[in-house]
Design a protein around this ligand. Structure first.
Ligand code: 13P
Length: 338
């Protein structure tokens, strides 16, 4: 498949991406919140339960995996990439090695993982991956994000994306402006504008074919401790405006991260964005917590209760599938959960 076709399939109307690529450290935090030991077997059990849900076929276009997961064989006999592909879903892989402290800047990070990436990509392709993810992280504060953080993270994202396309996979470009802090929605808009601009400058310099990429941005929302709350309509308007002004129209798909929004907020905001989407972008979800929080709770209650875990996941996937078409509503949310 051509890169552009893969990108469009990942973000197809009515579908989105399941971000199940939590590193062993991040999944440890999620499991701690439900009192589950962070053992390889438990990680496999939770993930294979999700990947074998009925929602996969209708509402999920791609799944982002972690290095450990792409190599695992399920208790059903199939490997994880085979199980995902069986439902017509595209397997993908997180290839960055995490956000590390940035030399010369206090409290900011640079995402690492470029060394040896070309060789790792060859292996991931053989294991079945057809797209990849790299996440850059930007903090908002009095002195943040610095020019240094904006420039060096964009540079790394572009070098990553060029290598991924050389390996015939679609790079997800994820510049995440964190929602931590008390900044207002306009500050988030301004910082995201600067971040996106620098990313597309660098992607251009590195000759990345934008038609074969997917952008995974944050929504334009106020900081979590901001006193001025914004409505879903305001968030949608500012988010779409920021994307229209700063993302080249060749980009086929934009799949948001949930970034600490609740499950309902992330469905509602995505829905509002799609209600007013007058662009050519396929706009959808690439949620981790936004898709898995309820399922994770069920897993914490009883790891063996596959039915309840899948029910919770199926519901969220369906709701976000509706939001990707602007067809979600509070009523459907309640009726479908009942
Ligand atoms: P959240 O949706 O939980 O923010 O996770 C998405 C993701 O992949 C972050 O890198």
């Amino acid at each position: 498949m051509e890169l552009n076709e893969i990108a469009k399939k990942m973000c197809e109307k009515g579908k989105g991406i399941l971000a199940a690529d939590e590193s062993t450290g991040t999944i440890a935090k999620r499991f701690k919140s439900i009192n589950v030991d962070n053992l390889e077997q438990n990680r496999l059990n939770f993930r294979q339960t999700l990947f074998n849900s009925s929602a996969m076929k209708n509402y999920i276009g791609g799944v982002i995996l972690f290095d450990e997961t792409i190599r695992q064989t399920t208790t059903l006999g199939l490997t994880i990439p085979e199980l995902i592909s069986k439902h017509g879903v595209i397997p993908g892989i997180k290839v960055d090695k995490g956000a590390k402290p940035m030399a010369g800047s206090n409290d900011e990070t640079i995402t690492e993982g470029l060394d040896g990436l070309r060789e790792r990509l060859k292996e991931y392709y053989k294991l079945g991956a057809r797209f990849t993810k790299w996440r850059a992280v930007y903090k908002i504060g009095n002195d943040f994000p610095s020019k240094q953080s904006i420039k060096s993270n964009a540079h790394a994202l572009a070098r990553y994306a060029a290598l991924v396309q050389e390996s015939k996979m679609v790079p997800i470009i994820e510049p995440e402006v964190l929602m931590d802090g008390s900044h207002n929605i306009d500050k988030c808009y301004d910082v995201t504008t600067d971040v996106l601009n620098e990313c597309y400058n660098e992607l251009n310099t590195h000759k990345v074919d934008l038609k074969g990429t997917v952008l995974k941005p944050n929504m334009i929302i106020p900081g979590i401790d901001c006193k001025e709350k914004s409505s879903a309509e305001q968030i949608a308007k500012k988010t779409l405006d920021c994307l229209k002004k700063n993302v080249p129209s060749e980009v086929p798909g934009i799949a948001f991260l949930s970034g600490g929004q609740t499950e309902i907020e992330s469905s509602k905001n995505l829905n509002e964005i799609n209600k007013i989407n007058d662009t050519s972008f396929l706009i959808t979800f690439s949620y981790g917590r936004g898709l898995q929080a309820s399922a994770l709770k069920e897993f914490g209650k009883d790891q063996k209760n596959t039915e309840n875990i899948q029910k919770a996941f199926n519901h969220r996937a369906k709701m976000n599938g509706l939001s990707s078409k602007g067809e979600w509503s509070e009523k459907l949310e309640k009726d479908s959960a009942a």
